[in-house]
Structures are given as C-alpha cells and as structure tokens.
Design a protein around this ligand. Structure first.
Ligand SMILES: [Zn+2]
Length: 56
C-alpha cells in the first residue's frame, strides 16, 4: 500500500512496513518512519492500565 505525498517531512511517498513491534509507515524518499496506531493494541493497554479484571 502506497501513500502518495503523505510524508510530513518531505512530502514524499510512504508505504506500510511491518516489524516485530507492529506496523509503521516509511517514507521512500527520506526514510521518515511513523507508527500506525493499532486500535486493538490501545484497547489492550488501557485494559491493563485500568486493572481489567477485578481482584479483591
Ligand atoms: Zn519523506
């Protein structure tokens, strides 16, 4: 998937890349990288932070 001229730094073209830590967009022109926020991951984190299951 290619995002034309979506780089905030050089207005270059960005594509989606993936590694162990998740997915991110990378600029083909300057190498700028930006994480893609994963809504599921955020929900999971929030669950952990707020205590999720209640233990007495
Ligand atoms: Zn760029």
């Amino acid at each position: 998937m290619l995002f034309l001229r979506s780089c905030p730094r050089c207005q270059g073209d960005m594509h989606i890349n993936e590694d162990l830590y998740g997915r991110y967009k990378e600029c083909l022109q300057c190498g700028y990288m930006r994480d893609i926020e994963d809504p599921e991951k955020v929900l999971k984190l929030r669950k952990i932070l707020t205590g999720g299951s209640k233990v007495a």
